[in-house]
Design a protein around this ligand. Structure first.
Ligand SMILES: [Zn+2]
Length: 147
């Protein structure tokens, strides 16, 4: 039996980083800050891509030997779980790419809905956030009401 991995681990973010130490009066999303988030997002993406790679190899290794039907059923549900995880990881990688291009066009870090600064600390916790905490909260309330 191979050791159980936790494939969802890498998608959970935030990626390990040194919190940004901003000077008083420093301009929001100046070049240093943009680079800080470029680094966080880049490292996160890299770890996700490694995870996707590992999943593929893991499945190729295991698909080679099919034991008895019970084991096979277990293996199949394990595979479908891994496929879902991989799908999630792919979407996240896409989201990270979109976020990186926001940084490139200097639009990163501002709320999509109301335009305010999302804030360094919130972005460090959720580097792909596109809404400020207020708009996000409103969004979640609306979602709850709809469901
Ligand atoms: Zn907002």
């Amino acid at each position: 039996m191979t050791a159980k991995r936790k494939p969802e681990q890498a998608t959970n973010g935030p990626y390990r980083f040194t919190p940004y130490d901003s000077d008083k009066g420093e301009e929001y999303m100046n070049e240093a800050q943009e680079n800080h988030f470029r680094e966080i997002l880049g490292a996160w993406k890299k770890s996700l891509m490694e995870e996707v790679d590992r999943t593929v190899h893991h499945m190729q290794d295991e698909a080679a030997n099919f034991p008895d039907p019970n084991d096979r059923a277990t293996q199949e549900s394990e595979f479908s779980l891994e496929l879902r995880t991989r799908d999630r990881e792919r979407k996240l990688i896409k989201k990270i790419d979109e976020t990186l291009s926001l940084i490139d066009s200097h639009e990163y870090g501002f709320c999509e809905a109301c335009g305010v600064e999302i804030g360094i600390r919130r972005l460090e916790a959720r580097p792909t956030a596109t809404l400020c905490i207020d708009c996000k909260t409103l969004d979640e309330i609306r979602e709850k009401q709809m469901s």
